[in-house]
Design a protein around this ligand. Structure first.
Ligand SMILES: Nc1ncnc2c1ncn2[C@@H]1O[C@H](COP(=O)(O)OP(=O)(O)OP(=O)(O)O)[C@@H](O)[C@H]1O
Ligand SMILES: [Mg+2]
Length: 247
């Protein structure tokens, strides 16, 4: 089985607090690997270590057979490590289309002609519209971000991530703060992307996890206590008592 992303014995402490405690896991080609765990388990910290925003105290991150542990977040993104954040990070004054065209590293690799307005480039526009459509925002390209609903903003973040042409997607709670209808829409979008992009999906919504994931890892106090298929995770007694409840 081909591993796209492979974490080996990662560690991170903040002072005396061990937040990532010897984490080893991999994301395989084509799979959605969900990472679940209670609040404060260390999920976002682990993502920051994977994406290079936070240096690890020990351990390695391999991406497509390359050791990326020493690389900056910028270089990791350029190699195709795509990510979304737990809270939205958007420019409210842009339109949807402008956001996708002008976000760093989206399309054209940032190699714009400095004397041309990228907003008027027909090729960039068409490509941006393609990614906007993939993220379910077709028809809303001229809306200002400030006027988008919360769920639509999260879809725009997905469009931005896709426009960077990632080889893996690392998504930190893409359904966070969404209502039921918005969550269902995001699950459908991620289902459509399944198989095209391997994903590491941090998510609290267990219905979404059980619908989308091929495998699930459970993080508790910075340790992976279990990795298995959705059926295995449902049945595991330790996981049930640590996270899912015993009902
Ligand atoms: N920069 C930091 N300095 C000190 N402690 C931190 C820092 N970042 C995170 N922590 C602590 O590390 C632990 C893990 O936080 P993290 O945000 O990774 O958890 P999480 O699993 O993503 O939680 P949630 O489900 O609420 O998003 C928490 O106890 C948090 O307070
Ligand atoms: Mg988090």
């Amino acid at each position: 089985m081909t591993e796209v992303l492979s974490l080996r014995h990662l560690r991170k402490s903040f002072g005396a607090l061990k937040v990532t405690d010897d984490v080893t896991l991999e994301v395989r080609a084509g799979e959605i690997h969900a990472l679940i765990g209670p609040n404060g388990a260390g999920k976002s910290t682990l993502i920051a270590q994977i994406c290079g925003e936070l240096p690890s105290d020990a351990g390695t991150v391999h991406f497509q057979d390359r050791d990326i542990t020493p690389l900056s977040a910028f270089k990791r993104a350029r190699l195709g490590l795509g990510r979304s954040f737990q809270t939205t990070q958007l420019c409210l004054e842009f339109t949807v289309l402008e956001h996708v065209i002008l976000s760093p590293d989206c399309m054209g690799g940032g190699s714009f002609n400095l004397f041309a307005n990228p907003r008027n480039d027909a090729g960039l526009r068409d490509e941006a519209l393609h990614w906007i459509g993939k993220a379910g925002l077709g028809g809303r390209e001229n809306r200002q971000v400030a006027n988008l609903a919360h769920g639509e903003r999260r879809q725009l973040e997905l469009a931005v991530a896709l426009a960077r042409k990632p080889h893996v997607l690392v998504l930190d709670e893409p359904m966070a703060g969404m209502g039921a209808e918005e969550s269902t829409r995001m699950v459908t979008l991620l289902q459509e992307l399944k198989g095209q992009y391997p994903m590491l999906l941090v998510e609290h919504d267990m219905d979404a996890v059980f619908t989308l994931a091929d495998r699930v890892s459970v993080l508790v106090y910075g340790r992976v206590i279990f990795t298995g298929t959705v059926d295995q995770v449902r049945q595991d007694a330790e996981v049930r008592s640590a996270y899912l409840g015993d009902d």
